[in-house]
Design a protein around this ligand. Structure first.
Ligand code: F3S
Length: 427
């Protein structure tokens, strides 16, 4: 791989051993990918934290968070001192919400260690956004900006909606990128790989958030890791809908980039979306396809008694919290059920300020931050049946927690929380 003078100097140790190891990692990684060079980035989203008993014990036995960073972010055999990050770096979601640790089954020891770790992370210049939706809380890269992001739902949003450029990175490559400001130039950094491959013609209107989840789920399953181009939209989707759509497509398949003709920034026209690519396949999405996606997402469920309603995958927007508060105001969560809503800390602060947290708590629900049930593997004790308004969570949670999952609209989920029964149906 070709390095410029600055990269060579970092690789030769000019900026100290941690940066040297970061460069070594990026060169090994880039070579394995066939990248010919690195590209500058000033926007990294990754994870540094130690939120499991294993990580805490590792850190304590090896000398602290520098050991965690050396081993898990730099793949270094020895522990090196970690300097502050060089690039703007945001922290993604974690293994639990420290403000609701007990509820999530996390021990006090792990929380105490995590709190110390927060100091380490902030002290190294990393933004404690603690969310899978950094684009909601201040990290909004611009069109064409080269990024190094982890988290599939964030990556697909970054590429498709914002028109910024990232591959789905890992803990190691984002750690190395944060110290060097470099990432291998390959995949979705290159304009030619961002062009559409599959055309999706809509034969039905796609309007509600749950419709968008179904469409994403269908497309991901059909195109896997290719670049779908959706044609025939009648409505302009908002942030929540695009967030759900991308997360669903990245779950049933590995979609990291899509185009919505007339909506997303690299697809003002169908011709622009495909560029010089020929259409590999044209797929139609009509009533039958939508119903099939709905049935697939609900295939684990059969018991209508709902123990747990989880909202906020990907983390809820303030608009979604407002909607949930309006739906539940004046009602009560059923004695046999529970309602947990996940959102970034910054949005939770806004929900507190606007009075939505109080409305939801008065009804018996809880707003959590930093994590989700799939990440934390946590649900209210004894949960067997879950109701969800997220195709992504409905895809993963049955396998992660061994539960049945119902998928439907936010209103159906709130009804399930308040009645303890699932009454949702395909609309
Ligand atoms: Fe976020 Fe958890 Fe969903 S981390 S995208 S809420 S699986």
């Amino acid at each position: 791989m070709k390095l410029n003078d600055d990269e060579k100097a970092m690789a030769d140790g000019r900026d100290g051993p941690a940066v040297q190891r970061a460069m070594d990692l990026l060169m090994r990684y880039g070579q394995a990918l066939g990248a010919e060079r690195l590209v500058d980035t000033n926007n990294v989203c990754g994870t540094v934290s130690a939120t499991t008993p294993f990580m805490r014990d590792f850190a304590l036995s090896k000398g602290g968070m520098d050991a965690v960073f050396s081993e898990f972010n730099l793949d270094s055999d020895d522990v090196v001192e970690i300097p502050p990050v060089k690039t703007f770096t945001s922290h993604l979601q974690l293994g639990f919400d420290p403000a609701h640790a007990e509820m999530m089954g996390v021990s006090e020891d792990v929380v105490k260690f995590y709190r110390k770790g927060e100091g380490y992370i902030a002290g190294h210049g990393i933004q404690l956004m603690n969310t899978c939706t950094p684009y909601q809380v201040g990290n909004i890269p611009t069109r064409g900006e080269h990024c190094a992001w982890m988290e599939s739902s964030a990556v697909v949003y970054c590429n498709s909606v914002l028109g910024a450029r990232t591959n789905t990175e890992g803990r190691e490559s984002t750690g190395a990128a944060s110290l060097t400001g470099k990432i291998p130039y390959w995949g979705y950094h290159m304009p030619e790989n961002r062009l559409g491959t599959h055309l999706i013609e809509l034969d039905v209107e796609v309007t509600s958030t749950s419709d968008w989840g179904l469409l994403g789920y269908f497309i991901g399953e059909q195109v896997q890791d290719k670049v779908p181009v959706v044609h025939g939209l009648t409505d302009v989707p908002n942030l929540a809908r695009l967030k759900h759509f991308g997360a669903a497509a990245a779950s049933s398949g590995g979609v990291e980039m899509y185009h919505l003709v007339g909506t997303t920034p690299e697809a003002l026209t169908r011709e622009q979306a495909f560029g010089r690519n020929r259409v590999v396949e044209t797929l139609r999405y009509g009533e039958a396809e939508r119903r099939r996606a709905y049935e697939q997402l609900n295939h684990t469920a059969d018991d209508h008694d709902v123990d747990y309603v989880m909202l906020g995958c990907p983390h809820y927007t303030i608009e979604q919290i407002w909607e949930a508060a309006r739906l539940i105001q004046g009602r009560k969560v059923h004695a046999n059920s529970a309602l947990w809503i996940f959102t970034p800390r910054a949005i939770k602060a806004l929900a507190d300020q606007n009075g939505y947290t109080k409305i939801i708590e008065d009804a018996g629900g809880v707003i959590l931050s930093d994590s989700c049930s799939a990440m934390s593997r946590a649900a209210p004790k004894g949960t067997k049946v879950v109701a969800l308004d997220s195709a992504k969570q409905a895809h993963y949670l049955p396998a992660i927690l061994g539960v049945q999952a119902w998928y439907g609209s936010t209103a159906e989920c709130i009804d399930a929380a308040c009645t303890g029964r699932w009454a949702g149906r395909y609309a």
